[in-house]
Write a protein that binds this ligand. Structure first.
Ligand code: V47
Length: 399
């Protein structure tokens, strides 16, 4: 029998191995039998050094879901307020209006509308998230603004709030989640952003984000949203104190939630950004960890259609590689005048805007077919533009 070959680089046993990982062979058999992967399988994937097998499995899983397609959206991205009293330890974005008034961004509703329209109407999504701001997170602010946006840009889907903001708003108005979500849906809410999930582990939340909605309520909000006809995304923040088991458990909880109440479109791994927050000592995630995270998500979340590699978070170079490790979405262009704050406060080296031609070039270079979409993955020709508002028949709805 041939002796097992040593790792390519034998440094401290940390090297990426050139030899097949037997754990991945067992996982491959499970996948071939159509079984869902366990927490233990997830940990093995997150730990493996056999990147070649991992990539092969994840790419097969991606192809089974979205074939050769990779998605992007022409969108506007707005952080409408950074005032927040949640005090999450990983956050560099939140501003305390009493202690640091000079850092505060709190946009009036008219300013949000003007910002959305600043560079024209050719976009299919408006993505807005903000802090737990008692002056802005209310129906009085949002309902008229949402209705106005739907009047002026009816072709742009409203992808607003995270479950953390919705929990805050529901408590503030003393409303049930369902009543709140129905009011928001009737005003035009089509998608809920995936943030606020962090890591579902109670240990993690107690130590890192104790003032934020807990896991059970995060999941409940998304499940109710799906039942009343609002789609959503899900995320996980990785790269701080969470264990690999906690990451894998997070993915299993999302898969079970999707089974109970389908409606999640995409899962987005959020790599920790260390500048200017209390957890800076954890540093940046490695490219190896990022790639394993994408592949593991693709393989564990067998009932999620899309895994998103968000260029602003991962950088375009890792995103392009992630497409070979299970991702099938690069998120949105953002408008050329947008000013994203969450990741730019925390040290992202990405810019603020990517031209859609660049998305198409990067996707084609990897051998995939770029497809323009909206929040709910309806497809559009790359050159679609809202000449007037009466041309929804040009939307190529996928089967
Ligand atoms: O929940 C905050 C994360 C999230 C940091 O639905 C950080 O398509 C890393 O909702 N390092 C909010 N992450 C962002 C969000 C989102 C992001 C991307 C895609 C989608 C989508 C939604 O931002 C928070 C938190 O997990 N975050 N600070 C940080 N220093």
């Amino acid at each position: 029998m041939a002796a097992e070959r040593p790792p390519i680089f034998a440094t401290l046993g940390l090297a990426v191995r050139s030899t097949p990982d037997p754990a991945l062979r067992t996982i491959e058999d499970k996948l071939a039998a159509g079984a869902s992967l366990s927490v233990e399988d997830g940990v093995a994937l997150l730990r493996t050094r056999d990147l070649h097998s991992l990539g092969r499995l994840a790419l097969n899983a991606k192809r089974a879901k979205s074939h050769d397609r990779v998605y992007y959206v022409l969108n506007r991205y707005i952080n409408s307020t950074n005032v927040c009293y949640a005090n999450c330890r990983f956050c560099s974005f939140a501003a305390d209006e009493k202690k640091e008034p000079e850092r505060i961004v709190r946009m009036a509703a008219d300013a949000v509308l003007a910002k959305a329209l600043e560079t024209g109407k050719n976009f299919n999504q408006i993505h807005i998230v903000g802090g737990h701001d008692p002056r802005q997170l209310s129906l009085d602010y949002w309902l008229p603004l949402m209705r106005r946006l739907k009047e002026v840009v009816p072709h742009a889907q409203l992808s607003l709030f995270t479950a953390a903001e919705l929990d805050y708003m529901a408590r503030r108005h003393r409303m049930s989640y369902e009543d709140l979500l129905i009011r928001l849906r009737d005003a035009g809410l089509e998608n809920i952003n995936g943030g606020g999930a962090e890591v579902f582990s109670a240990r993690f939340r107690r130590l890192v984000c104790p003032n934020k909605v807990d896991a059970a309520h995060w999941l409940e909000i998304h499940e109710i949203a799906h039942r009343v006809g609002i789609a959503s995304n899900a995320t996980m923040l990785y790269g701080t104190i969470e264990t690999l088991e906690e990451r894998a458990e997070h993915l299993v909880l999302l898969r079970e939630s999707q089974r109970r109440s389908p409606g999640y479109n995409a899962f987005i791994p959020l790599a920790f950004h260390p500048d200017g927050n209390e957890m800076s000592h954890h540093g940046w995630t490695s490219g190896l960890d990022d790639i394993r995270m994408f592949a593991t998500a693709r393989l564990m979340l067998d009932n999620f259609d899309h895994i998103k590699a968000y260029w602003m978070i991962q950088g375009l170079a890792i995103c392009q590689l992630a497409l070979l490790f299970g991702a099938d979405d690069m998120d949105g262009t953002h408008g050329s005048t947008d000013e994203e704050l969450i990741y730019h406060s925390a040290g992202t080296r990405s810019g603020q805007h990517v031209d859609d031609r660049e998305f198409r070039r990067l996707i084609e270079e990897v051998g995939f077919v770029p497809v323009r979409r909206n929040s709910t993955y309806q497809e559009f020709p790359a050159d679609w533009a809202p000449k007037d508002e009466a041309q929804p028949e040009r939307v190529l709805t996928s089967a």
